[in-house]
Write a protein that binds this ligand. Sequence first.
Ligand code: CMP
Length: 143
Amino acid sequence: MEKTFLMVKPDGVQRNLIGEIVARFEKKGFQLVGAKLMQISNELAENHYGEHKERPFFGELVDFITSGPVFAMVWEGENVISTARQMMGATNPKDAAPGTIRGDFGITVGKNVIHGSDSPSSAVREIGLFFKQEEVVEYSKLM
Ligand code: CMP
């Protein structure tokens, strides 16, 4: 079954949006298979956002994501990668439709509440960066 990496960013954690965000994915029907509240190190942030290294906002991005605790999650379900991206809305909250997480809770592109993997290869890479294999659970096939 497909898995994706989702993370409530420091702004979302500080604004007490963890429960609201988890509830949206639960109600949709996806299954939470890994989760932790954690402080990201500079090294992990630079690795995670490595593809943006040459962007002018890279320093700002790393500073922000390491500025406070994040809530890192692994979610499982059919087409969870693309469906979660739809539920998150456009990267820039000003372009995100109402009803999406960023459309409902975000204002600026830097503090856009949530991160989600954009492809199967980035999901595998990001889950591996944030979670050990034994931190991702498997539910019984009978459930
Ligand atoms: P995310 O999905 O976590 O992936 C990369 C992040 O870069 C993105 O969300 C935005 O929060 C951030 N980002 C994109 N463009 C800018 C920008 N112009 N200034 C600051 N941050 C940005």
